[in-house]
Write a protein that binds this ligand. Sequence first.
Ligand code: SAM
Length: 216
Amino acid sequence: MTIRSYDKNKIKKRISEYEVESRPKLFISGDSAPYYGVIKKALEDSLLYLVENPEDVMIDYDLLMNSGVHVLTELLYVTDGSVSGMKVIDLGCGSTKQSTYFSDRWLPYMSEILTRFGAIVTGIDYRPNNKASYDHQTIDLIRSDRIISGDFDLIIAKSLIDGLIGKSSNQTMEDKILEHFSGLLRSDQLTITDLDVTQYGFKHVFFREFNTLWYR
Ligand SMILES: C[S@@+](CC[C@H](N)C(=O)[O-])C[C@H]1O[C@@H](n2cnc3c(N)ncnc32)[C@H](O)[C@@H]1O
């Protein structure tokens, strides 16, 4: 893949070309989509790099392929492979600290893949990453009083609610993650999330509406 520099204006133009009734509507088909092969290979390489002991670790490749690979393929399609220098924050990015519990086995593959493509990534999780090639910050997003802020081109908050720790209800957790969102909003911004962020002016870019790419 030719890595090109991220350019906000190019994405704005590309997305506006596909707008129907003020919503960008794109469709790319699964495995034969441009960039799919690049992302699949980057995922395989990243997972192998992140695990200490491949035999000890449960990785749900199917789940990763079905959600993560497709949404990253969409991102590369919209940016036309230009993610170098893109500023990314990945909330609940995952960790190299594995356990047998479902919500605890998630590796920070999105942060890792985007870093390999030249993006400048900050990943936040309450669990650590001793192999991070990006800026990994160990923060409890629910219990911390700090609201995350900063200037990012892409906000990722994917598959977080099911895996969130804390004793409050999911609604409270969702509200707290959205509060972090409100501290991160910029113009011409992308997000990858399964939360409803229409209240912040984000619109779905692709027809797939779960775990997908939004733009505002
Ligand atoms: C289901 S996993 C999803 C990981 C990754 N975003 C993905 O899509 O593969 C949920 C992640 O949220 C993290 N997490 C759960 N509760 C958290 C909290 N209160 N603060 C920060 N991270 C949390 C977990 O450690 C886990 O890595």
